[in-house]
Every structure is written in structure tokens, then in C-alpha cells.
Design a protein around this ligand. Structure first.
Ligand SMILES: [Zn+2]
Length: 59
């Protein structure tokens, strides 16, 4: 099982590269059982959507 630290590291890495299958599964499981990382991840995706909308980024 991933630690919270590993989970948050994977969350930031997944913005820059494609995670492996096992990394995705591990992250998904961790977020599923860990309320802290779950809300962290939600905030991160909200931020990312906001950046896309307002930042005019092409990625
Ligand atoms: Zn966690």
C-alpha cells in the first residue's frame, strides 16, 4: 500500500507523465481508502481545470 507521501508524489507526477498500470492502481486504491488524499486529489483536479480554463494553456 502506498503511503500518503507516495500517493501525493504520484498525483503530481501524473501531470507530467503517464503512470504505469500498477502505479495507477496503487494510487486509486490509496485515494479510495484515504480521505485526506481523496480531498487533496479533488482539489488538485479542480485547480488543474481552473488553470486550463483561465491560463490559456495548450496542454
Ligand atoms: Zn493518503
Amino acid at each position: 500500500m502506498l503511503s500518503c507521501r507516495q500517493a501525493t508524489e504520484l498525483m503530481s507526477q501524473e501531470q507530467d507523465r503517464a503512470l504505469s498500470f500498477s502505479e495507477r492502481i496503487g494510487l486509486r486504491l490509496h485515494v479510495w481508502i484515504c480521505a485526506g488524499c481523496n480531498s487533496y486529489r479533488r482539489q488538485m483536479s479542480v485547480l488543474r481545470a481552473a488553470c486550463r480554463r483561465f491560463g490559456g494553456g495548450t496542454s
